[in-house]
Design a protein around this ligand. Structure first.
Ligand code: BYC
Length: 481
């Protein structure tokens, strides 16, 4: 491993940013550390703080061989500060300052904007750990339990990543924000997390897999946009976070895929052809496909809200400032300033949906959301291939973007999953056919019985094709003493 990609594991806080030569920031992080550990123990995975979990820990930031697997007690996980290597001669890739040297410090005029972006990003990371803290108790296998904890510790590390940037570049303000990140809690009526979806409950494993499929993918898109940043430390931080994020997406996609597969197998064995015969399918102890579709409708719509308003001056300002780019900005071939360009935005005008060409700078949230929808659709297509191969006459669909929205153009309207606008009375009458009902939740919850034996899986989910770190099927992923 080259020196640029090595991580220093000697001090309290593993890092590749030379913390040893930066006493001010090291002290700030070391002061924050006990509060973080306290937060992890009280708000992190409940009931497993002493378990030995087979986790990967980053040991470098190079392309290959960046992680090591071993048994770790989660509170002893080595959370650290890891930035992708600096690119020599990098310039600001977009916006008003395009072509100037990438920023290594924060210009005064952009402080407030950057701080807000870092705080929002930072806020989501511990929020997801809080949301998932109870579900370890009902894990369908050791394999899944271990994956949950891997996701959790890495979300914890992503909080460290944002706290480092806040403490290094924002002095006292940054230290205060870092404290606040531990003070707000998911679903807390007095001090909730900042964005809507991060205050929703994660009551069961179907919800967890849907969350990692949809909402972690918002994380991927937002991090990809921030990885393009002209503020170089943010770009480098997000580039490395994306390396870890890929596994989270894998957990969500394969989790739902394995549920679909198991349902298809159980239906076939019982000779059930009609996937909408919910009572018969549920009698088999598997999750019926219409309920999976309702969960898709819910999590997709909640996640679309995370992209903010379709038309946003905040987004335009962040782009102009060179702070937040577009998805894969470096692969786009326009002028990267967008002053003359437009982008089509679906809007609600006089009670009807119309497509309107809007200045491209103002519609960057919409554009990122469109990229998200395209990325999501690929995963859905892979789920549908499982149904196709099994010969089951059912396909999962993404609902219309106007369905069940709280933020943006469609927040004020009701629409069904096909995008037909509905009045309130019709919405009230029909929403339980499109969103999970209490009864659906109760059924899914009734399946959530823990399976702890090595190599065993709950009856509602198929085993994975291969183990983590190529381990055999009966590998002990979690040692509970
Ligand atoms: N809920 O101009 P607007 C992840 C606020 S997930 C509540 O429309 P803007 C992860 C907004 O703050 C990725 N409030 O939107 C996933 C603003 O308030 P102020 C997280 C909302 O600013 C799983 C006002 O409404 N990272 O990493 O262009 C597990 C008007 O805002 C919401 C980021 O999001 C909402 N949904 O865009 C773990 C990247 N939406 O300032 C982790 C950083 C908007 O007027 N954040 N508001 O008081 C951003 O880029 C932007 O802040 C947003 C919003 C895209 C979120």
């Amino acid at each position: 491993m080259s020196e640029a990609t090595m991580v220093d594991y000697d001090g309290l806080i593993p890092n590749n940013v030379g913390l040893n030569q930066d006493a001010r920031v090291r002290r700030a992080l070391e002061t924050w550390h006990p509060g973080y550990i306290d937060w992890w123990k009280t708000m992190g995975p409940e009931g497993f703080q002493d378990a030995l979990v087979y986790l990967r820990t980053a040991v470098g930031v190079g392309a290959e061989g960046w992680a090591r697997f071993d048994y770790v007690k989660m509170p002893e996980y080595r959370w650290g500060i890891l930035l992708a290597p600096q690119v020599e001669g990098r310039t600001i890739p977009f916006g008003a300052h395009k072509g100037q040297p990438a920023l290594q410090e924060v210009p005064g005029e952009y402080r407030a904007m950057l701080r807000r972006l870092l705080v929002i990003q930072g806020d989501t990371e511990p929020a997801s750990v809080e949301q998932q803290r109870h579900i370890g108790a009902t894990a369908p296998s050791q394999y899944d339990l271990r994956n949950l904890f891997q996701v959790n510790v890495e979300e914890g590390r992503h909080l460290w990543a944002m706290v480092y940037l806040l403490q290094k570049y924002f002095g006292r303000d940054g230290r205060e924000e870092a404290e606040e990140l531990l003070r707000r809690h998911s679903g807390d009526p007095d001090s909730p997390r900042m964005l809507g979806a991060f205050n929703e409950a994660t009551p069961d494993w179907l919800s967890f897999f849907m969350f990692t499929f949809f909402t972690d993918r918002d994380g991927k898109m937002q991090l990809a946009a921030l990885a393009q940043s002209g503020f170089d430390p943010l770009s480098r931080t997000c580039r490395f976070m994306l390396t870890e994020e890929a596994h989270h997406m894998f957990v969500g996609e394969t989790g739902v895929q394995r549920i679909i597969q198991r349902t298809c197998e159980a239906m076939r064995d019982a000779g059930i052809d009609d996937p909408t015969d919910i009572p018969r399918v549920r009698a088999l102890g598997v999750i019926d496909l219409p309920t999976i579709q309702k969960k898709v409708n819910l999590h997709f719509s909640l996640t679309l809200d995370l992209f903010g308003s379709e038309i946003s001056t905040n987004a335009a300002n962040a782009f102009n400032a060179g702070l937040k780019g577009r998805y894969r900005e470096d692969r786009l071939t326009d002028d990267h300033q967008l002053l003359q360009d437009t982008y089509p935005v679906l809007r609600l005008k006089d009670g009807a949906m119309v497509q309107e060409d809007v200045p491209a700078l103002s519609s960057l949230n919409m554009r990122l959301r469109d990229d998200f929808v395209a990325d999501t659709a690929q995963g859905i297509a892979r789920w549908n291939r499982v149904l196709e191969r099994a010969g089951v006459e059912f396909r999962i669909h993404l609902p219309h973007v106007a369905f069940n929205r709280r933020i943006g153009e469609f927040a004020a309207a009701h629409a069904d999953t096909e995008g037909n606008l509905l009045d309130s009375a019709v919405w009230q009458a029909r929403s339980n056919t499109m969103l999970p009902t209490d009864d659906d939740y109760r059924y899914v919850e009734s399946l959530m019985l823990p399976v702890r034996e090595r190599g065993a899986y709950a009856g509602w989910i198929a085993p994975p094709r291969i183990g983590i770190d190529n381990k055999p099927g009966d590998f002990e992923y979690v040692r509970i003493e």
